[in-house]
Design a protein around this ligand. Structure first.
Ligand code: MLT
Length: 206
């Protein structure tokens, strides 16, 4: 396992929760930092850079084409990231049971892979423009924690199939996650409406 590039910003008066920021393709650990205060106050911030590069653009796992994932690498990178986060939690002294992931696009997809492969780990997840990262799952993972998951998709997002998003939402629900989903009148880009809805959702759940 390779260590990951990261930024960690602890806060005083912490709620104990840590926002785990996961960028989209071509971003890095600085990318989503400006959004963090808009998402919620009082959280530690942990922002990671994906360990894979595609033509120089950081990502969290390899893909074979647009929306076609190297699922073996999805597994490997998910284990690598979780291992890294758990070690870092010991070192930086944050609670790895109180992580709220917030990921955009490829970052949302690795967060989704954590929900599937480590269903009890995250306290919650915000998935902006996600796609189901692993296929052939049936109902093979399950959480007892009933963690809340926020999903926002774009009605005009050319990279994501609406039916596939519905299937992904159903799969997460069937495995015990408490999903809130919004389909916004926009494309793959992140909008102020996404941030506003996610911040209300975070306020309601944490
Ligand atoms: C992915 O590769 O995870 C998705 O296609 C989204 C993206 O472009 O990052």
């Amino acid at each position: 396992f390779k260590p990951m590039q990261y930024i960690y910003q602890p806060v005083d008066n912490a709620t104990g929760y840590t926002l785990l920021l996961l960028h989209g393709t071509g971003g890095d650990e600085r990318d989503l930092l400006p959004l963090a205060p808009q998402l919620g106050a009082g959280f530690n911030i942990l922002s990671l850079r994906g360990n894979v590069e595609e033509h120089g653009m950081p990502r969290f796992f390899r893909r074979l084409g647009m929306g076609i994932f190297d699922e073996k690498d999805v597994h490997f990178r998910t284990h690598e990231m979780v291992h890294f986060i758990k070690e870092l939690a010991d070192r930086e002294e944050f609670d790895s049971n109180k992580l709220i992931a917030a990921g955009y696009s490829n970052g949302a997809n690795i967060a989704g892979a954590v929900l599937i492969l480590y269903p009890e780990l995250l306290a919650g997840a915000v998935l902006f423009r996600p796609m189901q990262p692993l296929s052939g799952l049936e109902d093979s993972f399950e959480t007892q924690r009933q963690q809340p998951v926020f999903i926002s998709s774009g009605k005009h997002d050319g990279t994501v199939e609406p039916a596939a998003t519905q299937g992904y939402i159903s799969l997460l629900k069937a495995n015990g996650f408490n999903v809130t989903a919004h389909d916004l009148p926009t494309g793959h880009n992140l909008t102020q409406e996404d941030i506003g809805l996610a911040s209300q959702w975070i306020k309601a759940h944490f």
